[in-house]
Design a protein around this ligand. Structure first.
Ligand code: NAP
Length: 289
């Protein structure tokens, strides 16, 4: 791998787009593919990226290819669908890095497919939403070969405030699901505190500064304060994605009481049409119950 990595990138969603901008800002050469081509074309007018028309298109120009996609199926589709990376990867020294939140099983499966082709694979999911992504303040958890991690680290440094190597493939997914279990529990706790206060004549405007200044306040409560006060549920992290993460945690043995309650809430909120809103719309859903 050359000192300055040539990067291929797949996925221009809420997270992928600011992450690509930060890599370009840090001086990396980027070639980008997104399923909906209009997003890639629009970004290419804004910043200096090359546009790819399929995952396979990225291979010739890339030392490392990142994916930042919705879920397990989306990532598998990119690896196994038409014009996939493997169709042209023979003989290339290539590393694949999946930064999406997926299950440890999917990581092990994809790492296995890569190993058969002599391709390295890292799972590298992130903690932090759109604002930390924009400000290169993500926390990046990494599983796979530690030497490969060291080679890719300059790119992680351009995306986050820290990256941590955790061990074999799948470990980082477990870490990420643990973080999001806590995130969801905090979100539901915050929603329930606001509902209780409002029921007793105290507004969110009055309550939230107190929460934020107290020991229970933190990054999440501060981040969602304006959204709650302004009834703004535009997705930074869509509720359906958090529901997916808690489903993955459940499938991996999460059977504790608050987590189970959270999963039921998220399933019901999604079924009631809140899936595409921000995860803090658990407040909207529980308020309407
Ligand atoms: P998003 O805005 O919904 O973007 C999803 C991306 O996946 C888009 O580029 C979409 O392409 C692509 N995609 C979906 N299905 C696909 C398929 N079958 N084949 C190819 N591409 C497909 O999601 P996001 O918020 O950026 O999140 C991305 C990942 O990061 C998720 O795993 C999420 O759980 C995780 N995450 C999110 C946050 C957050 O705050 N948002 C924070 C930490 C981690 P199109 O443009 O064509 O739809």
């Amino acid at each position: 791998m050359s000192e300055k990595l040539n990067i291929g990138w797949i996925g221009l969603g809420n997270m992928g787009t600011p992450m690509v901008k930060n890599l370009v800002k840090a001086g990396f050469d980027l070639t980008v593919y997104n399923r909906s081509a209009d997003k890639t074309e629009a970004l290419a007018k804004e910043i200096n990226i090359k546009v790819a028309h399929s995952p396979a298109d990225l291979v010739a120009a890339s030392d490392v290819i990142f994916t930042m996609l919705s879920d397990d199926n989306a990532v598998k589709q990119v690896y196994e669908g038409e014009n996939n990376v493997f169709s042209v990867a023979a003989g290339r020294e290539l590393t694949m890095v999946d930064m999406s939140t997926v299950s440890p099983e999917t990581t092990k499966y994809l790492a296995g497919l890569c190993a058969e082709k002599g391709i390295s694979y890292l799972d590298a999911p992130v903690a932090g939403s759109v604002k930390p992504a924009e400000e290169a303040q993500l926390v990046i958890m990494v599983g796979g070969d530690e030497n490969v991690y060291e080679k890719v680290k300059p790119a992680f440094d351009a995306l986050g405030k820290m990256s941590v190597y955790l061990g074999e493939n799948g470990k980082a997914n477990v870490a990420k699901l643990s973080v999001n279990l806590m995130l969801g529990i905090v979100a539901q706790g915050l929603a329930e505190a606001v509902i209780f206060a409002r029921k007793n004549g105290l507004s969110a405007e009055q309550l939230l500064p107190l929460i934020n200044a107290s020991a229970v306040g933190g990054g999440m409560t501060k981040m969602k304060t304006e959204n709650i006060i302004n009834n703004d549920f535009k997705p930074a992290f869509a509720l359906k994605l958090l529901e997916k993460d808690i489903r993955l945690a459940t499938e991996n043995g999460m059977d504790t009481p608050v987590g189970q309650s959270l999963y039921s809430t998220l399933q019901a909120a999604k079924a009631n049409g809140h899936g595409d809103e921000d995860m803090i719309s658990v407040l909207k859903f529980l308020s309407a119950e």
